[in-house]
Write a protein that binds this ligand. Structure first.
Ligand code: 5AD
Ligand code: SF4
Length: 445
């Protein structure tokens, strides 16, 4: 039995792709192993959203060459594979095959071709009409949490972003299939599903099937209601696109307890001038209005965001507007990135005129502001009891369990193994850098 080792970089869509690839390979008789050194085949699922992510791939294969006497078969999938295609064979010594983002249903065929003696095997083709989106239980990243893709690709073409090029045009999966998928997951013991896509709220299936009885102004809010009606314990979704984030989504959350207390809404910048150059399709005022509506909800919704500092032409004054936006919104957490020029994107031709030193300063400054407001926001949890899905035993201590709250905070807590897979009450005692710490309490706290 040939052993395959799969390593995943990047976003949750890549994690989900890897789960499906592992499912197919296991079905076809390969052993999916966590032990790289014993693997016959190493498959790297790559990210190209920032330059650093791409460099990781080249460094990774270099290290492999040093640590192994006999090189395994090496394949690259994911965004770098799609963008670079056959040119990767010149860049990576010992590479055997390249699989594009929509060709992942045919990884086993590529491996067979390499075993048959073919070289530089490349498949950047489209997805099969009958592509199977399901993941077998052993291949899921968690026993209790499942990623469910609802839309792939992106049509937004924000000027800095490579995703529309690496993942192609938006395509929504049929609602009836998504609902069936969630019902199956529920039956197999999954407690929390994440509806995933580059822009989940741009969800637009070709027909109504599965949505008929669910009201709402946009197909996404109707899908949320349809998935809520499956009775699965928890539903989270990301990422949302501000321009398409309408009030009916908040209505759906307000009316369904199993839609969780968390919205990830990337703002990217607080300056209208920069937002325009980024082609985000929203102004900071329109974004603030959405944040106000989210904060008006009777549910204590956690808000998270993505921000880019040092976009071409970003002045000190523009940056200060981003600082103000972060102060205004009071995000529970923010992923802050230094702008990284990506060849092929519209922004690549703009003058990358914010120096690396300045980008770093802005990054550190914004991080400081965010940490301060985050600390303030998190204080409200101290002494409170929140519901946490007990997902696994903590890597640090056998007496602790780890899981996520409905507001998507990572929570470590004293608890015992029989709680695994249950949503339990945890009283929060401490706020740590990227997590909360507490203890299990019986009943409602
Ligand atoms: N440079 C820096 N950050 C980027 N992102 C996307 N493209 C770039 C880029 N070229 C960030 C955005 C996006 C997140 C996933 O990555 O903030 O929301
Ligand atoms: Fe990239 Fe913009 Fe699409 Fe998000 S919405 S994936 S940032 S192009």
């Amino acid at each position: 039995m040939k052993k395959v080792y799969l390593e995943t970089f990047g976003c949750q869509m890549n994690v989900s792709d890897s789960e499906r690839v592992a499912t197919v390979l296991a079905d076809k008789g390969f052993e999916v192993t966590p032990d790289e050194l014993s693997a016959d085949i190493v498959l790297l699922n790559t990210c190209s959203v920032r330059e650093k992510a791409e460099h990781k791939l080249y460094a990774r294969v270099g290290r492999m060459r040093k640590s192994r006497q006999v090189m395994p078969m090496v394949g690259v999938m994911g965004c770098v594979a799609q963008l670079e295609g056959e040119t990767l064979f010149n860049k990576i010594e010992g590479l055997d095959f390249v699989i594009g983002t929509r060709a992942i249903g045919r990884v086993a065929e590529a491996i067979e071709k390499v075993y048959d003696g073919n070289r530089a095997v490349t498949d950047l083709g489209d997805r099969e009409k009958d592509y199977d989106w399901s993941v077998s239980d052993p291949q899921r990243h968690s026993r209790y949490v499942a990623f469910v893709p609802i839309i792939e690709g992106c049509n937004k073409f924000c000027t800095y972003c490579i995703v529309p090029f690496s993942r192609g045009r938006e395509e929504s999966l049929p609602a009836s299939e998504i609902v069936r998928h969630v019902l199956e997951l529920r039956r197999s013991g999954v407690k929390e599903v994440h509806l995933i896509g580059q822009n989940v709220n741009s969800y637009r299936p070709t027909n109504e099937s599965g949505l008929e009885t669910f009201p709402g102004a946009t197909p996404f809010s109707r899908l949320l209601r349809a998935v809520a009606a499956t009775g699965i314990e928890r539903i989270k979704f990301n990422t949302s696109f501000p321009r398409d984030f309408h009030a009916d989504i908040i209505d759906a959350i307000n009316e369904n307890k199993n839609l969780c207390n968390w919205v990830h809404l990337p703002v990217q910048s607080g300056s209208d001038r920069v937002l325009k150059r980024m082609k985000r399709g929203h102004t900071i005022e329109s974004y603030f209005k959405k944040i106000d509506k989210l904060k008006d909800s009777h549910r204590d919704l956690a808000l998270t965001t993505d921000i880019i500092v040092g976009f071409p032409g970003e002045s000190e004054a523009d940056f200060m507007e981003t600082v103000r936006a972060v102060e205004y919104c009071g995000f529970d957490s923010a992923y802050i990135f230094k702008y990284s020029p990506r060849p092929g994107t519209p922004a690549f031709t703009m003058d990358d005129d914010v120096s690396p030193g300045e980008k770093k300063l802005r990054f550190l400054e914004l991080e400081k502001v965010q940490k301060r407001s985050q600390q303030n926001r998190l204080q409200r949890y101290i002494g409170n009891t929140i519901e946490v899905l007990a997902e696994r035993v903590s890597a640090r201590s056998e007496d602790d369990l780890t899981g996520h709250s409905t507001c998507h905070k990572l929570v470590n807590f004293r608890g015992s193994q029989e709680m695994l897979g249950n949503v339990v009450n945890v009283r929060i005692r401490e706020i740590r850098t990227n997590s909360l710490f507490g203890e299990f309490v019986k009943g409602k706290g």
